[in-house]
Write a protein that binds this ligand. Structure first.
Ligand code: SF4
Length: 285
């Protein structure tokens, strides 16, 4: 067994948050530059230029990419030959709290969602999705997810007889109806299949796929392309100011599902697309 101590996890998460607070996904810049080139209208062109300036300046002047430094979302792959000294969620949430105090970040989490809505004051807890895999490694995908875009995400349990056109129209209409609220230009993570709880997880995980990657299956790749084109043809545009660039990328992840079901979840992500993938490398001596 390989023993990974909580300190190593702590340091990895703090350095990840320190990085993604000021740096968007590096693939985002060339995609935004292409969007600027293909955009005809002046106001959306100005907005894209402003977003690009923001991305350039944020690490230089150490001001977060967005005032909403988000919920910390972690997808963890834990090798079955790794032993931890404390539950992973505890190590990660402690690191989030320490990072919030050190940077500082906006405290965006409340302890009770319905009644007191008391702020936890340290942006904890993180939301951690754990998968046990083979091997002796701990890999973490760490993202910051803003509330505005998350609020526009959706899930629907379709009947499997639904036609492809209907499915694509449903997604496009929901994204267009969201208007400027999720801060377009957007990235759409789409989960298809699984069940009621796994489709949204697939959708969230799909956001962290390499940006703009095409699905390896040409049929799914075609659906990604059709969704992108359909939404962008509706003219909502960057920050709702019109134009051709409501959505920059669509990523689908799929999973087997019940014969009676076709779950569909869409996780909407804004242009402050912040995430990083790291391996926790330091062990207990
Ligand atoms: S949706 Fe994104 S860009 Fe808009 S306020 Fe939230 S984190 Fe910031």
């Amino acid at each position: 067994m390989r023993l990974i101590n909580p300190d190593a996890i702590h340091q990895t998460v703090i350095s990840a948050i320190n990085y993604i607070t000021y740096h968007p996904d590096p693939e985002l810049t060339p995609i935004l530059e292409r969007a600027l080139q293909n955009e005809d209208q002046e106001i959306p062109r100005d907005v894209i230029r402003t977003i690009l300036d923001n991305h350039r300046l944020s690490p230089e002047i150490r001001i977060p990419l967005c005032q909403d430094t988000g919920t910390t979302v972690v997808f963890a792959e834990l090798g079955c030959a790794v032993q931890l000294e404390e539950p992973l969620e505890i190590s990660i949430s402690r690191a989030v709290a320490a990072a919030q105090r050190a940077l500082p970040l906006r405290a965006s989490m409340v302890s009770d969602p319905l009644f007191s809505r008391t702020n936890t004051l340290d942006n904890s807890p993180a939301i951690v999705h754990l998968k046990i895999v083979e091997g002796d490694r701990l890999k973490l995908i760490i993202g910051q997810k803003g509330g505005g875009a998350e609020n526009m995400s959706f899930l629907r349990m379709f009947n499997p007889t639904v036609g492809m056109d209907e499915l694509i129209d449903y997604i496009a209409q929901a994204v267009v109806a969201a208007g400027s609220r999720p801060c377009p230009p957007l990235i759409l993570g789409i989960g298809i299949g699984g069940n009621f709880e796994t489709a949204p997880l697939l959708a969230k995980r799909a956001l962290f796929e390499p940006l703009g990657r095409a699905h390896p299956n040409p049929k799914y790749q075609d659906v990604e392309r059709r969704i992108l084109e359909k939404v962008n043809a509706e003219g909502c545009g960057v920050q709702g100011f019109g134009g051709k660039n409501t959505v920059l990328a669509v990523h689908i992840l799929e999973a087997p599902c019940h014969i009676a079901s076709l779950p569909l979840a869409v996780n909407v992500e804004c242009h402050a697309h912040r995430h990083i993938e790291l391996e926790v490398s330091r062990e207990t001596d």
